[in-house]
Design a protein around this ligand. Structure first.
Ligand code: AMP
Ligand code: MG
Length: 602
């Protein structure tokens, strides 16, 4: 018996990165760039306006304000796509649209909102002057020539996997074609006398071939071009004929006929055609595996085609494909990362694995309570393909163990990620707002304690307008900050603190991404301007009006009854507020399938 790693190493030693080809950029999604791409132009090619507004000289706006407009003579207009015909001289401005080249003489653009453009419009647009209502700095709303890409720079490096954004960059550089590693052609053959095509009616003893479809779809998914050879019968002649048709491909994948059954003659046919090894791989499902190199037909590209003979059972063939064929295809495509994305998860069922092989258990992974949880997708027979259809991951139970118990941590190879399953995980967040003295900080404290009591992992956010200092003078971290470091991060076995200088006030999404996503709930204090759901704390003695407009609020915590359709919660009743938040934000964010827990799986 050989290990999964040994088998993979051997297979990869027989496949090579394929040669480059030149293709239209839109056909290259997911392929590996085979040339260094330099810019032959600057982007943007000219200084241009980032706003609709007035191009002017910043000097001419000195002292301008809402109540002290500076009037400039409007000498022309320039739209995106055309060149300015006039220049901006002292005391003048040119009306300009977003993307239009900046006229000679101008060094800033003031957007319409900061001018008295409305007056101009109401007078029919022929007012000779425009009132500027703010003081502009040089460069305001001007996108500089070459700001995105300077001419002559290396923009995309050989080896880069092309995503939509790289394809966009290529287009912006004016590149309609590019050199990429070509896609491998993978010939696929199902074998077995019992198999019939999908469009044929079932007859006694027959089953529809599914492996050709699963495997072809896998080949496409990972970037190869499938070439289905059809179904080979369990006869030397049929198999030989079919396999011959696949010898102009870059790889041949067969399914079935590699176990010890009497009619499994794929082995013999393969042995005829070239070198072949029959391996017993230390894995379950998928023990029998054949790997060899077929001799190529005349004129073949390299004279040899690697052949992977997968077991016939639909689950076994798919799992062995994932472990061995997928990395081989990725290597041919020139990719560097061949392993499946993996996570650590808590397994929710006992899984028994007594025969010393590495077990790949089909699981459905969800994220709850800040952790990944993997639950086994029902009966695990290697013929039960629906167990794969219900799974989004493979829990890997090592050969050295006798299995795992519910609650243990396991490694899970992800077959796909949540967003591909349409289960986008959202991190519940709610903000407590209110006038000063309304009691919002006390409510925050009580809510945090209440949610901790309910078993949730909570993060609290606070915005401090007046700046802040959380580090103590004399501490090493304080000394590093004093020495001028822009960020100081201190970690200990159980805490992390990050003190970082900022050049702008972070928005709530940016803050959340720094805080992390392992929480069940984020409670923020303040952040009134953000779009997150808000609960306002209201007290009668502070006046009738509310701080937020009704459409911004999810609820009001109040000590008097208000005449509004917004849900009202009694001031001082933390449990009621926590119930409201739990029901409307925390539980709504979850999309957990209701499968029974604690199944025992063999
Ligand atoms: P084999 O490896 O040929 O002994 O096949 C093992 C099992 O997988 C048998 O029950 C086959 O009927 C089944 N099987 C083989 N090939 C396919 C296929 N292409 N589609 C569905 N089931 C298959
Ligand atoms: Mg068979």
């Amino acid at each position: 018996m050989i290990s999964v790693e040994e088998a993979l190493k051997k297979i990869l030693s027989y496949v090579e990165v394929l040669e480059p080809e030149r293709k239209p950029i839109l056909d290259c999604l997911g392929q590996v760039l085979a040339e260094d791409v330099y810019s032959t132009i600057a982007i943007p090619p000219l200084d241009n306006s980032a706003m609709d507004g007035y191009a002017l000289r910043a000097e001419d706006t000195r002292g301008a304000g809402e109540s002290s407009p500076r009037y400039l003579a409007v000498v022309g207009e320039v739209a995106a796509g055309s060149m300015p015909t006039k220049e901006v001289r002292p005391g003048t401005a040119i009306r300009i649209m977003t993307g239009a080249p900046l006229p000679e003489g101008a060094n800033a653009v003031v957007q319409f909102e900061n001018t008295d453009e409305v007056n101009r419009k109401s007078s029919g647009g022929d007012l000779p002057q425009i009132g500027i209502l703010c003081q502009a700095k040089k460069g305001l709303n001007v996108r500089g020539r070459g700001e995105d890409i300077a001419r002559g720079n290396l923009i995309l490096k050989k080896g880069k996997v092309l995503r939509p954004q790289e394809i966009g960059v290529l287009a912006s550089l004016g590149r309609s074609t590019v050199l990429v590693i070509r896609r491998p052609i993978v010939a696929i053959l199902a074998t077995g006398d019992e198999l019939i095509g999908v469009d044929q009616p079932l007859a006694p003893g027959k089953i529809h071939d599914s492996n050709n479809y699963t495997i072809a779809a896998e080949v496409s998914r990972y970037g190869g071009i499938p070439k289905i050879l059809g179904i080979g019968r369990d006869s030397v002649q049929s198999l030989t004929e079919k396999i011959d048709e696949g010898l102009d491909a870059d790889m041949l994948i067969t399914s079935g006929g590699v176990s010890k059954g009497d009619y499994d003659i794929v082995k013999d046919v393969l042995a005829e055609h070239g070198e072949v090894g029959f391996w017993t791989v230390c894995m379950k499902p998928g023990k029998p595996l054949a790997f060899g190199v077929m001799k190529k037909v005349e004129g073949g590209r390299k004279g040899k085609v690697p052949h992977l003979g997968l077991p016939g059972n639909p689950v076994s063939s798919m799992i062995t494909f994932e472990q061995f064929a997928r990395p081989a295809i990725l290597k041919m495509l020139g990719k560097k990362i061949l392993a499946k994305p993996a996570i650590r998860a808590i397994i929710e069922d006992d899984v028994v694995d007594t025969d010393g092989r590495r077990l790949f258990a089909r699981v459905s992974v969800t994220r709850r309570g800040g952790q990944y949880r993997a639950s086994v997708t029902g009966p695990q027979g290697s013929g039960i393909l629906t167990s794969m259809a219900r799974a989004n991951g493979l829990a890997v139970i090592p050969e050295s163990s006798k299995g795992v118990k519910a609650g243990d941590m396991v490694d899970v190879q992800m077959l796909d990620w949540e967003e591909e399953q349409g289960e986008v995980k959202t991190l519940p967040i709610v903000s407590i707002v209110g006038k000063s003295q309304s009691g919002k900080t006390v409510l925050m404290e009580q809510l945090i304690a209440e949610f901790k009591k309910r078993g949730y992992k909570v993060a609290a956010l606070k915005h401090s307008h007046g700046g802040m200092e959380i580090d103590r003078p004399g501490k090493d971290s304080w000394r590093f900050a004093q020495a001028g470091s822009d960020a100081v991060c201190v970690s200990s076995p159980d805490k992390l603190a990050l003190i970082k200088n900022l050049n702008h006030d972070l928005n709530i999404e940016e803050i959340m991404s720094i805080v992390g996503s392992e929480f069940d709930l984020i409670i923020a204090e303040g952040f009134r301007k953000s779009k997150i759901p808000k609960i306002e704390v209201h007290r009668k003695e502070l006046g009738d009006d509310l701080l937020c407009s009704p459409e911004e609020l999810s609820a009001i915590v109040t000590d008097e009854s208000l005449d509004t359709a917004i849900p009202q919660l009694p001031w001082g009743d933390t449990v009621a507020v926590a119930d409201f938040i739990e029901k409307n934000f925390v539980l709504k964010a979850r999309t957990v399938p209701s499968t029974p827990r604690g199944k025992k799986v063999k």
